[in-house]
Design a binder for this molecule. Sequence first.
Ligand code: ADP
Ligand code: 5GP
Length: 190
Amino acid sequence: MSGVDTSNNTAKLFIISSVAGGGKSTLIAMLLKKYPFLKFSVSCTTRKPRKGDILGVTYDFITVEEFEKGIDQDEFLEWAKVHDNFYGTPRKYIESAINNNENIILDIDVQGARIVKEKLPNSKSIFILPPSEDVWIQRLIGRGSDDMESIQKRIENGRKELLEKEKFDYQIINDKLEQSFEDLERIIFN
Ligand code: ADP
Ligand code: 5GP
């Protein structure tokens, strides 16, 4: 891996978004493994846990009723409906991370990224792009986590999300994984 200097890090909050299958989970997992001091913002979601999900680590899995209560009580910094499920960033967690000067990584969709960037303009937003539509579709299929109907939905949604890419502070074209990871490291530890 690269020899990126991590001592010079001043920015605190990094929003990482991509189309489904763009590679953000892969890159974030690499980042958290290599730099355990980075905090991951654990979102609340109403979707069902999938293989590989760890309760309270990948997500807090809650019911629709609990989520709606959270909205009413203004517990989310932002929330959105993504692919038929609710997802939200707990306000308390972000506030405490900022107060404790922690570096925090958010894995949220394009709608959420826009809201967080508006509310916390000092945050850095990063959009991960697949190198081409063909490669993107192959990766979505190859991941094996979605049926064809869900893949179709993700592609349609993703095409709209790609139109927002210019609004992000940084874009990474995720062709070769090692190179994309280095690009991400450089953004975070520049
Ligand atoms: P996202 O979290 O954005 O939905 P994933 O991280 O799940 O995307 O990546 C989608 C699929 O593509 C996964 O199977 C992952 O292993 C694979 N993948 C991600 N980045 C690359 C890459 N640079 N080269 C080849 N395969 C990749
Ligand atoms: P998945 O269910 O595949 O883990 O995530 C689906 C989508 O929801 C991804 O684009 C992911 O970035 C997004 N997401 C996860 N947590 C949040 C959140 O708290 N807020 C928003 N707006 N999107 C989220």
